[in-house]
Design a protein around this ligand. Structure first.
Ligand code: ZN
Length: 74
C-alpha cells in the first residue's frame, strides 16, 4: 500500500492560469470576476497527485491502483 501525495506544482499550465487570474483582478469589474474564477481553476490545476512508491503522476484521488508500479494507493 503506497501513499498518495499531494503537491502544488506552480510551473506549468496551472501556474500560468493563476498568473493571468491575478493580472485580471486589477481590471475591475469584469476582469475581477473572471480573475477570481481563474484563480479557483488554477488552484485546482496546480494540485498534482503522485504515487509515493514510484513518483508517478496520478490523475485523481479516485484512482486506487498506480498504473506504473501497480501499488494500491491510499
Ligand atoms: Zn506507483
Amino acid at each position: 500500500m503506497a501513499q498518495l501525495t499531494v503537491n502544488n506544482e506552480i510551473i506549468g499550465v496551472g501556474g500560468l492560469v493563476l498568473l493571468i487570474g491575478f493580472l485580471l483582478l486589477a481590471t475591475f469589474p469584469i476582469g475581477t470576476i473572471i480573475g477570481v474564477f481563474l484563480i479557483i481553476w488554477g488552484g485546482n490545476l496546480v494540485k498534482v497527485y503522485r504515487c509515493a512508491a514510484c513518483g508517478n503522476k496520478v490523475e485523481s484521488v479516485k484512482i486506487l491502483v498506480c498504473p506504473v508500479c501497480k501499488e494500491k494507493l491510499s
